[in-house]
Design a protein around this ligand. Sequence first.
Ligand code: ADP
Ligand code: ZN
Ligand code: ZN
Length: 740
Amino acid sequence: MSAPEFIQVALPTPLRRTFDYRLPCDDIATAASFSQQLPGRRVAVEFGRQTLTGIIVSVSNNSQYPAEKVKPALQILDDSPLLDKNSLDFYHWAANYYLHPLGEVISAALPAALRQGESANLQASNHWQLTKTGQQPAETHLKRAPKQAQLLGQLQTLQHWSDTELRQLAIPPGKLKPLLEKSLISHQLRHPSQDHDRPLLAQQPLTLNPEQQATTDAIACTGFNAHLIFGATGSGKTEVYLQVLEKILTEGKQALILIPEIGLTPQTIQRFQNRFNRTIAVMHSNLNDTERKQAWLMAAKGIADIVIGTRSAVFTPMPRLGVIMIDEEHDPSFKQQDGFRYHARDLATVRAQRAQIPLLLGSATPALESLHNARQGRYQLARLTQRAGEASAPETQIIDLRGQALHNGFSQQLIQQLQNTTDAGEQALVFLNRRGYSPVMLCHHCGWQAQCPRCETRLTVHQQPPHLHCHHCDYQRPVARQCPECNSHELHYVGQGTERTEQTLQQLFPDTPVIRVDRDSTRRKNGMSEILQDIQTGNPCILVGTQMLAKGHHFPDVTLVAILDADSGLFSTDFRGIERFGQLLLQVSGRAGRAEKPGKVLIQTHLSDHPLLNLLLRQGYDHFSREIQRERQLAKLPPYRAMALLRSESKRADNAHQLLLSARQFLEPLAGQTPAVTLLGPLPAPMEKRNDRYRFQLQLSCDDRKTRHYLCTQLLEHLEHQTLARRVRWSLDIDPQELS
Ligand code: ADP
Ligand code: ZN
Ligand code: ZN
């Protein structure tokens, strides 16, 4: 066979194709011998006036372009493929399903450092261990340094650890210096390597209850088998993950665990670390580029046996992949909302199928899609109905707000219950999904409201520090002292956000610490873990926060949970709104009474008769979800139909509208008159103007995915030839999760 001369390269551009290059001259001689191994390597190429890093996806002896027009690539960057064939095939599948350029799909799969052409070598890092003296009880050597003794105690549970593991546990390496000086610990620089010398288990597993046991037994280690573990918070799902993991690791395979964006806590990682003597790679958005690359390479080179990561970890190559688990599988953060709009749960299903391995989805409030799949027999449904250990399910009660006097959103009954809780020395949690001080600034005299000049929305008042802030485009300005319309000084703040609720609680309970948890209060590095440590002391306090509080955390001493305003959730216009509300409500409720103390949940609402709210509270999520499912079926909505959303936005409303109109006109004859296809729009988006752009959407629903794929493929080709499509920002969202 003659040496291949051409390579097809996927580049991070919005163009839906690969690009031909010649092999770099120096490499042609050797190319013949390793042409099989070229795909998956990175290559530097000239693209227009830029130099880009791309991935070789195939090689060929000829090009579809005139040979003299094909430029030579600049340099092949890897000595061996960075991406294996299975991964490349998987990315191809994803690019085709989401109708997104392969180059951008691959970009999403690679950490930034590798995308930019950095070397794919693992770096050496510090490995720490306890010395002989360090293994003795911490108090022996550190009588007069209780903080250091505490740290040593924590390290003794680990025995040995890396710099990365330290960071995952929010311990700055600098804190180890005194222990190092006292020769209680030692360290050496090492390249990460597989950790298979020690016994797999570092800690004995718990004895499973019969439901947990049946669930674990039903999971086969080989072949594709998918399981939806539907169990309330605290019912022992994580213990099931751990024991399935044990089976997989025993067979020498790797495990991929996906978790929601803000659900990853040091506690979660520690639970895995405490159980297994195996290398764990963690991937989430708080890592710097070097850490991210290191974790990715440890997974891709098979050094890490356990990979725990958020959404994009679903793309990580893993040569010995043996299971994929998704915790809190209903969480909206598994869907990417811009650029390459993939759903990690859906992709994980495909990946598990292709790799012929088990898939575990777990949630107390499964997504309707997943329940549908389970009810159709595509997933095996495992119910965990008991709370594991000591805890019992919280008691739930509605507080009907109609006609009641409210103090900054608090009813008398709620204030009294909070009082009882703090009197008993226990912790309470007040949930409000709105940050800032107040959502509306209003002139009492003329009714003027502070609006964002760039969006069709009101500005949120913040007090720490004082300013007005648009939560949609980040526009900020000082708080006005006077109404710009009528010069009145009587400006009122209407409604409450977390800042105001924190202030109200401080005034009502001056002797109890009030801790606010939202995106603003946790912005500092380690902000969240410091707050969590405060809460974990168990001292009485009142927590007030957004959904950041609802996810994954264990608050064993919280015995009262209050939902300050359930109405906003019940009023949502999105067809998924009520599902999301139900999930959030139960997730928040699940924070109460996790330990031996019983919990109570109070829900404030003006809509106390709302049928779905009552169904949820009286009969539980199973019945609630069946009812929503019935409504979706009647309304012909997902999961009963395959949806795609074409969005457009432009500074000129008519351009954005016109583009979608032409899309509709193009689709109509293709779709024919069959009821199997529905087109809705173009309609203004729920927020019609954002960041100075007018936004429209066209909704396409089909009875099956094949039809949708066909129509969308045609549509994209049509749009690529429209001049208007170059002046309007547009995007196609396959399986949209939000119609915003
Ligand atoms: P989930 O992941 O469903 O929220 P966890 O697995 O975290 O539930 O379990 C909740 C608590 O119950 C944990 O403290 C865990 O250690 C404990 N637990 C779980 N399974 C068992 C069991 N079989 N026996 C005793 N305790 C258990
Ligand atoms: Zn006014
Ligand atoms: Zn704005």
